[in-house]
Design a protein. Structure first.
Length: 289
């Protein structure tokens, strides 16, 4: 047995370096598996999908990770992830945890886009702000408010938003700084008037859309909505994230619920039909609500 036999097949085939990572997963996202280095300082992000699987889904960029090896073609999905990350970093750089992408074949010889990131010890998940927010200091709350302002600017100027909702994606670190850890699923937000596909823009059909959201959002609803409404993992990450941002603003006393509803930024991406769609999906995913 080789040294690397204990490592998952998705791990990079990078020889002795592999020993600096622990084969025990610390995090499990919808697209990434996260492994911590044995010194604890770094994490290795291992994508669930190989580049050739992503090429099949989103097309190939024509760029090869390894010259002359057509199997190393980088997917459009990966290229757009990296582009969006570069753009978003320009606005919220202080709060993002940088990633360094690396192309390597995995243990089966299939190319993947790995990345390295600093390990972030967390004091609180920002998803817990609504019931634990009072335990933060005023300085910490002020830092989160500033991050929210920066995210607002990112949205206003580029229409992009981070995935703010998955558990563990945004945290207050051990030093009291807000950090966006999950930087690999930045989404374009769809303005209200572009949510429905052409055939369903008729107000007479609104009821059908709402029924599809309640009964068959994985199937029939998809034909009614802009394909970008759902992210690569099949979930409405953009819509969930803008709503999360809106909640943070009210939880931190930046605005009242009523004032966010009139806010130009939120009213561009939230309306009653979208509420129905999001509620239908939520009730199916989390029936206890
Ligand atoms: N640098 C890091 N430091 C600490 N924990 C991390 C780090 N990166 C990821 N994690 C943990 O692993 C989980 C999954 O990673 P994430 O980037 O959110 O992947 P996905 O894009 O698949 O959701 C995170 O929500 C977090 O709990
Ligand atoms: Mg995540």
């Amino acid at each position: 047995m080789t040294e690397s036999a204990q490592f998952p097949r998705e791990f990079p085939s990078w020889g002795h370096e592999i020993k600096t990572y622990s084969p025990k997963r610390i995090g499990d996202g919808t697209r990434m598996q996260i492994y911590r280095s044995t010194d604890g300082k770094q994490v290795l992000r291992v994508p669930l999908y190989t580049e050739s699987q992503l090429v099949t889904r989103t097309g190939g960029s024509g760029v090869l990770a390894s010259e002359g090896d057509p199997s190393s073609e980088i997917s459009n999905d990966t290229v757009s992830d990296i582009d969006r990350y570069t753009t978003a970093k320009g606005y919220v750089g202080k709060n993002t945890v940088g990633v360094l992408p690396m192309y390597f074949p995995d243990q089966n010889g299939n190319w993947r886009t790995y990345s390295l990131q600093r390990y972030v010890p967390k004091k609180m998940d920002l998803g817990e702000l609504w019931y634990r927010g009072d335990s933060l200091s005023e300085t910490e709350r002020k830092r989160i408010r500033r991050m929210i302002e920066d995210i607002r600017e990112l949205i206003t100027e580029t229409g992009l938003i981070f995935d703010l909702c998955g558990s563990g994606n945004t945290v207050i670190d051990d030093k009291g700084f807000p950090r966006i850890i999950d930087v690999n699923m930045i989404q374009p937000l769809i303005p209200n008037d572009e949510v429905l596909t052409q055939d369903f823009k008729d107000p007479q059909l609104e009821h059908d859309v709402i029924m599809a959201a309640r009964l068959d959002w994985r199937g029939r609803l998809r034909k009614m909505l802009n394909p970008q409404f759902f992210s690569m993992n099949g979930l409405p990450i953009g819509d969930w994230s803008i709503r999360r941002l809106q909640e943070w603003e009210t939880q931190l006393g930046m605005q009242t619920r009523q004032s966010t509803e009139k806010d130009e930024l939120y009213s561009k991406y939230i309306n009653p039909l979208r509420d129905e769609i999001i509620n239908g999906i939520r009730n199916d995913l989390f029936p206890s609500f």
